[in-house]
Structure formats: C-alpha cells, structure tokens
Design a protein around this ligand. Sequence first.
Ligand SMILES: NC(=O)c1ccc[n+]([C@@H]2O[C@H](COP(=O)([O-])OP(=O)(O)OC[C@H]3O[C@@H](n4cnc5c(N)ncnc54)[C@H](OP(=O)(O)O)[C@@H]3O)[C@@H](O)[C@H]2O)c1
Length: 278
Amino acid sequence: MVTIATSIESQIRLNDGVEMPKFGLGVYQSPKGEETEMSVMHSLKHKYRMIDTAEIYRNEDDCGRAIRKSGIPRKDIFLVTKLWENGAKSCQSHFTNSLERLGLDYVDMYLIHSPKGKKIVETYKAMLEIKAQGRIRSVGVSNFGVHHLQGLEQAGLPPPSVNQIELHPWQRKEDIVAYCQQKGIHLMAYSPLARGKHFGDKDLVKLAQKYNKTEAQVLVRWCVQHGFIVIPKSTSPKRIEENADVFDFSIDKEDMNFLDNLPEKSVGWNPCVEPWEG
Ligand SMILES: NC(=O)c1ccc[n+]([C@@H]2O[C@H](COP(=O)([O-])OP(=O)(O)OC[C@H]3O[C@@H](n4cnc5c(N)ncnc54)[C@H](OP(=O)(O)O)[C@@H]3O)[C@@H](O)[C@H]2O)c1
C-alpha cells in the first residue's frame, strides 16, 4: 500500500517491522570534511531525521560526527549507508570499517549499493548475519532491477526492506516500482531533483509558478505523492530548508499525469539493467 508522507516527520513501517522516516538528506558528492558535517547538522536542526550516505561517498565520518554533535538521541536518527564491494568477506570487513568511520554502534539500514558483478546472494546473507548480531536494523538493496529481486527470492531469501533507485519525472522505472509495491518493498528515490538537470525547463517553471513553489519543491513533492521515500541532496542551508518545505501543497491529478508522461532520461548510472549473476 502506498502511504503519502504528510510531514517531514512521517515514518513508514518497512516489511521487516522497522520504522523509518520517509524524508531524508542525501550526501553523495557532499565534500569530505566540515561542509558535509555542517550540512548534516543543519538538516538535523530543521527536523530531517534520516541521512543517506555510503562508503563510496567518503563522508561517513563527517555524517557520524554531525550526528554525535547534534545532541539528538541516536535512536531518533536513521542512518543509511551502503556496501560498495560485494562478497561475504568484504561485507564483514567493510561494514566494520563503515561503523568505525561513523563512530556508531549500529546502522539503521545497510544497502547493497549495486547488483553489479557476482556474489549478491552471499553478500545479502552476510548482511542478514550482521543484522542478527544487532549491528544493522534493516537490510535493503539499491539499483536492483526486477530480475535481481527475483534472484534473491529464488535463492529463498527474505525480501529487502527497500530498493533505492533513481526516481524523478524523467526516470520513473515503472516496472521496478510496480514489482516492489506488489512485494511490499519500499522505494527510495535517489536523484529526486534529477541533479538539477531540468531546472529551467519551461513546463517545470510553469508548474512551480502555479503552485507558488520552487522547481525543486515540485520534484520532491512528485516523489512524496508517489509514496516514495525521498532523499534530496544539498549542502546549502537555504536549499536544505527549501527541499523539506513540501508538505503544504499538493500537485493536482492533471499535473501529476503530465509529469508521469515525460520522456525518460537517466541522470546517473543504471546498474538496474546489469545481468543477474547470483
Ligand atoms: N544508490 C545510488 O546509487 C545513488 C545514486 C545517486 C544518489 N544517491 C543518493 O541520493 C541522493 C540524492 O541524489 P543526487 O545527489 O544524485 O541528486 P539530487 O538530490 O537530485 O540533486 C542534487 C543537486 O541539486 C542541487 N540542489 C539541491 N537542492 C536544490 C534546490 N532547492 N535548488 C536548486 N538546486 C538544488 C544540489 O546542489 P547544492 O548541494 O549546491 O544545493 C546538487 O547539485 C544522493 O546524495 C545520495 O544520497 C544514491
């Protein structure tokens, strides 16, 4: 069932029983160091309660420092990070390294960053083992196509709690979305602003003017109305606040329909189409 977030504090119950915020801050390409620490702290001050990082972003330590400095109880912040190098052994060691860099005792969600290459089944099993030890609360995946999700199912494994994929009006991945919704796997929308590539498009500008919002807010709101968990990235304090100010308007049916029919074009990589290699 698709539930629409009604505030920045809205939570969703995942298929493993864990509750997570439906809105958070992405930190990909957020530079290593003080700038990321400050932007994470700024987001937490403005009621963001979920941070999406990854070992490959090289800023886990900055996120961890910001979380500790924020004064917000650890249990009230939802930290997502991702494993870059698949394999059971690398999962164990890379996870321990991530925890150390974060300076935390556990992560709320650990994702297989991509299904590229082999060893997905053993990686997933290793993540479930760490979860059983209490050091991961929820295990999910990223950039998985339908055939990858079916591969996990055919291996007799429980479904991931989320599938984090590129989602915005120019990248709707309808087959993956439909499959995940049918299987109770929550969608987490990355690059929800399409990395700014469509800012200035006349139709998007028109919609922003119609709703008296910014183009970024229209795009975040599109994700919210589709029931996606959404993680816009910004290091600008003003834009961090702006991106969260999307819960006081709604895009009408006709305009959603327009956005749902734009020509598709990815703004990033697309490992969803990689072959399944087990
Ligand atoms: N799993 C994966 O493979 C994967 C891949 C990509 C992304 N992600 C996750 O998803 C998050 C978001 O995706 P993303 O970083 O690719 O792109 P995004 O959130 O779509 O866009 C970020 C870009 O938009 C700018 N921006 C942010 N808010 C704005 C606003 N209100 N007005 C104008 N410009 C604005 C940012 O610049 P400023 O910082 O200067 O504001 C940045 O250049 C990432 O940070 C990461 O956590 C995951």
